[in-house]
Design a protein around this ligand. Sequence first.
Ligand code: MG
Length: 246
Amino acid sequence: MDRYQAVFLDLFDTVVRFETTRLPTVRIGDREHPSTTDLLFDEVSPHAPGLDRAEFRRALRSLLATLREEKRVDHREISSDERFRRLLVGLGADAPGLAERLTDRHMEALTGCVLVPEGHPQLLADLRARFHLVLVSNFDCARHGRSLLVRTGLDRLFDAVVISDEVGWLKPHPSLFLGPASALGLAADAVLFVGDTPETDVLGAARSGMDSGWLNPRGEPFPEGLPGPTYEIRSLLELRRILLRP
Ligand SMILES: [Mg+2]
């Protein structure tokens, strides 16, 4: 008899990878950095006369730091549209639908870098023959998240998809762990949660009473002060050994 009845998986850097070399870049000093900032500036500048590129970059960087801190403290998701609305208010720039257009430009660039590693779709199909499969993602734009899943065919491989933008909370908040478990009628200890981020995936699972698998492809040390994972794996494909032994 299987130890678990469901496997919950994180999306980014767990089920899919980012090929950051495909991102647009910005040149700062003599170095190129992957970033959508210049794409966004081109969209905003017609609506903000006098705004220069450096000022725009500073405003965006400072807002992102503020939002990161807010999210770290209260685990409430802030949607991408809301982020850009706040940016535009701060810049005194506005036009109908502009925040949503910024989200679209940013997300198209971001999701264009997503790669489904070889072997993952077959692994998910094999897991789903034995377990409920749920995708649980901290992602601040559900409409682009869901269209990414349709485009890659991943939407058909899960029984449910849970996105923080729709829940209003972020991992490690228990609602992203216990909510989908109770929707399946499962106790927490019937779920294995698999993800790459100790502070969200592993911690949230532990706080919710779930076992966890930490995907650690580079063999990094596990951060001190956090509850350790039940399993540590270098590749998602190792779930075959843990979960699909005959
Ligand atoms: Mg991740």
